[in-house]
Design a protein around this ligand. Structure first.
Ligand code: MN
Length: 729
């Protein structure tokens, strides 16, 4: 987003920028600030030889790009006059008001705090910065932009200055920009600092990026195109915006360094971003993306239901296209997008009203927490630790013995690691080795460690309730809780039996009841199941994955039963199939419509009504209109038998009514389940019921009643859900 480096800024460029934008500014106040600063700095030059006023103007320009307000822009223009010229704060206060004087004072004081010093001193100084931030956050935003422009023009400074400034930028300012969520500023600060700290690596990555630039751009273009075609007409309320980009140089470097991977092996150098209108549409888009491209396991992250500490929200997934090139897809709403790009500055850029104020407050809460924590303790080391861990990148990166990287939030344990690999790895975990050494389950993982999870062979082995206290990530906790929920063996047996029977039907496997145990004996042994119920239970909770065993069962079925003659299941009868998947007894090719009153779905028992001139309208057999018509005996001759034709690919709309205990992330959990099942959501409405419970009404596309029952069963398992019902219309 930032303009090219080393542009010479003038007041005209600034005014043009203001006039081009939609936001209202007090132009005369800004011009008068300019005249004051220009006069004060007259005769001063920068190291580059440019007039000094170009620097404050450049800082003001960056702040304009962030959408900051008039007083911030004026303060940016005036930010060096007290420090570097004869102007006083009193004068500023008289001419430009209390706010501008206070902001300039804050920036001036911040500039005097030496940052790159001994650790204790550094902590104390960072504390001063935070204190300034807590008084008015605009102070630090101005300071960040001041630093950004100084970094852009750093080449004119002496080499020893360059290194010190770059270090300070990397260690203090970039992490603060990250914490405040101002992505563009953070990335540019990092890239610029990195260029001075490790010029060799910077040049290498830059030239590697340059080398296949056309190839890469063509690749991103074709991916964007294909996604756009699929999303169009998929029922989104407005066409989603699709952007493609290459990650920042420092971002790539970190991945190369942390993963010890070659440039070519880095998965998510390319990122495609999809911006849609609603949260539900995010999950719909995710379902479509996973349908189009092969998702890389364990790379899906739901930062919508679990936002990052800096309020960042998006869905992230890494997928592989036909070309075999992996790329990351980020899906978010416009609101999330503004927060992701501008962070705390979005508060000024987009008048967000009451909600915006909440967001600002929760961002500032972080700063207040640190300051309060510091007031409670005199232990300097403790203070240093708090600040360091809070400013440090919030992720640790560890590896499986095969070298796959798993990234987890700071403080994650080996339990989190196990669940991040796979749910079943977590459930079956009995211990862990870190860098070859056995560690306890509450061991906290550090970046660069190789973690090997030791699992039990017993299919019924499960987690321990104490793990809920040890695990750090919500993902692991949710999976552990889900296990205990599923622990109910009886339920699992019923579900496993149903699932297996369904797969058998789908694969046309017909085994007489009395033969079943014998037929499954081999597979039961393979999965350490002693009884048929054990086997069903394992299928029910997911310990045995049907899609993995079906081919083997099919083969053995063909071997054992293929000669056995199958009895014909249906009596030949003249039926006509219409395009809607409905067979009307005795009538060829007639117009079919589904009654609006009861919306029948495949699998429902149905009956047809011969309308006057509009073909046959299909009702459910328990539809009140049908029942009333029969009771009243009106036109009984018009009711006619109809059937569902088999093998149809049509989808139907169904509406579900969900009642749940109200909690955060409920809608996201519902949407995740549906997205995993590749179910498209047409509409969703949520409201709070009088008793405090939440009510979500969803309209979805489904293939038939069997699928609908599966969906309802899955939704009912979501934490807090009380009931899921299909509604009449
Ligand atoms: Mn400055």
């Amino acid at each position: 987003m930032m303009a090219e480096k080393e542009t010479i800024y003038t007041i005209d460029i600034l005014i043009q920028k203001i006039l081009d934008g939609e936001k209202q500014y007090d132009l005369s106040k800004i011009i008068s600030a300019y005249e004051f600063a220009e006069n004060a700095h007259r005769g001063q030059t920068r190291s580059s030889g440019a007039p000094y006023i170009t620097h404050p103007l450049a800082v003001a320009f960056i702040l304009l790009e962030l959408g900051m307000d008039t007083d911030t822009i004026c303060s940016a223009i005036l930010h060096d006059v007290v420090e570097d010229t004869g102007a006083t704060l009193e004068e500023l206060k008289k001419r430009f008001g209390q706010d501008v004087a206070m902001l300039v004072d804050g920036v001036t004081k911040l500039g005097k705090i030496p940052l790159f010093t001994k650790e204790e001193q550094q902590a104390e100084n960072v504390r001063k910065i935070l204190l300034a931030m807590s008084q008015d956050i605009r102070v630090i935003i101005i300071k960040l932009c001041d630093r950004l422009h100084n970094m852009r023009t750093l080449s004119h400074r002496p080499p020893e200055k360059q290194l010190a400034t770059a270090l300070e930028t990397m260690n203090i300012y970039a992490p603060i920009a990250h914490r405040l969520g101002i992505r563009a500023v953070k990335e540019e600060l990092e890239d610029l600092a990195f260029r001075y700290l490790d010029p060799f690596a910077y040049d290498e990555i830059e030239s590697l990026l340059e080398k296949r630039k056309e190839e890469r751009e063509a690749f991103i273009e074709s991916i964007k195109e294909r996604i756009a075609v699929r999303l169009e007409g998929a029922g989104f309320s407005q066409n989603p915006q699709i952007d493609g980009r290459v990650k920042s140089i420092y971002g790539i470097y970190k991945k190369m360094y942390i993963n010890k991977r070659d440039f070519d092996e880095i998965y998510d150098k390319y990122a495609v971003r999809i911006i849609v209108s609603t949260v539900i549409e995010c999950y719909n888009a995710l379902g479509i993306i996973h349908d189009m491209f092969r998702p890389i396991p364990n790379r899906f992250k739901d930062y919508i239901s679990t936002p990052k500490p800096n309020m960042y929200q998006s869905l992230h997934t890494t997928v592989i296209g036909r070309e075999g090139i992996p790329f990351e897809v980020q899906i978010r709403t416009w609101d999330m997008h503004f927060t992701a790009e501008y962070g705390i500055a979005a508060h000024w850029k987009y008048k967000e009203g009451v909600r915006g104020k909440d967001k600002l407050d929760s961002r500032l809460a972080w700063i207040r927490q640190i300051i309060e924590a510091q007031q409670e303790t005199d232990d300097v080391e403790e203070i240093v630790r708090t600040i360091k861990s809070d400013l440090a990148p919030e992720d640790v990166f560890a590896f499986t013995p095969k070298g796959d990287m798993i990234s987890l939030p700071m403080g994650s344990t080996v339990i989190d690691f196990a669940y991040a690999i796979h749910t079943q790895v977590g459930h079956k975990m009995v211990g862990a080795k870190v860098d070859g050494k056995l560690q306890s389950l509450d061991y906290k993982i550090h970046t660069g460690e190789i973690v090997e999870i030791i699992t039990s062979k017993d299919p019924n082995h499960g987690p321990n309730r104490a793990w809920l206290e040890i695990a750090k990530t919500n993902e692991a906790k949710a999976k552990i809780r889900a296990w205990f929920k599923k622990e109910c063996r009886e339920e699992n047996i019923v579900k496993g039996k149903q699932d297996l029977e369904r797969e058998f039907r789908r694969n046309q496997i017909r085994i007489p009841e009395e033969d079943l145990e014998h037929f499954l004996a081999d597979d039961m042994k393979r999965h350490h199941c002693e009884t048929l119920d054990d086997y069903y239970a394992a299928i029910g909770y997911g310990g045995i994955v049907l899609s993995k065993i079906m081919q083997r069962l099919k083969d053995s079925y063909v071997k054992q039963y293929v000669e056995a003659p199958l009895s014909p299941t249906s009596t030949p009868q003249k039926r006509t199939t219409s395009a809607d998947g409905i067979v009307v007894e005795g009538i060829d090719n007639c117009l079919i419509k589904f009654a609006q009153c009861c919306n029948p779905l495949p699998g429902d028992e149905i009956i047809g009504f011969i309308t006057r001139g509009h073909g046959v309208s299909v009702h459910k057999k328990d539809c009140v209109n049908y029942l009333n018509a029969i009771k009243n005996g009106s036109e009984p001759e018009r009711w006619i038998n109809v059937y569902w034709a088999s093998n149809q690919n049509k989808t139907y709309k169904a509406t579900l009514d969900i009642v749940s205990y109200d909690r955060n992330g409920l809608l996201a959990d519902v949407a995740t389940v549906l997205s995993e099942m590749r179910i498209f959501i047409h509409e969703s409405k949520s409201r709070e019921l009088k008793n405090g419970n939440a009510n979500i009404v969803l309209t979805i596309s489904i293939g038939g009643i069997e699928q609908l029952n599966n969906i309802i069963a899955r939704l009912k398992k979501i934490n807090g859900v009380i009931s899921v019902d299909r509604t009449g219309k």
